[in-house]
Design a protein around this ligand. Structure first.
Ligand SMILES: [Zn+2]
Length: 81
């Protein structure tokens, strides 16, 4: 992803990864930039955040480090497609 502007697919992946605090500053910037001109992704991200907050509120949902790792790997793999 060397480009400045990303498409909606990439934005949705960034939005998901952002929930895990997994974005570097460049990615976070691209994501913000995309949300700035794309209403659809903005609302997708809002829903994502709401969902994550709910999950965090439910104490029984906790991801171990190895689970988080496997999620990251799966996301990274899907970005290579
Ligand atoms: Zn979009």
């Amino acid at each position: 992803m060397g480009r400045f502007f990303i498409n909606c697919d990439e934005a949705s992946i960034l939005s998901t990864r952002e929930q895990y605090g997994d974005l570097n500053p460049k990615e976070a910037f691209r994501h913000k930039l995309h949300q700035g001109h794309c209403i659809r992704c903005r609302s997708f991200h809002k829903n994502n955040e709401r969902f994550q907050r709910k999950l965090r509120g439910l104490k029984w949902v906790t991801l171990s480090d190895s689970q988080k790792d496997s999620i990251k790997k799966r996301i990274a793999a899907s970005m290579k497609k």
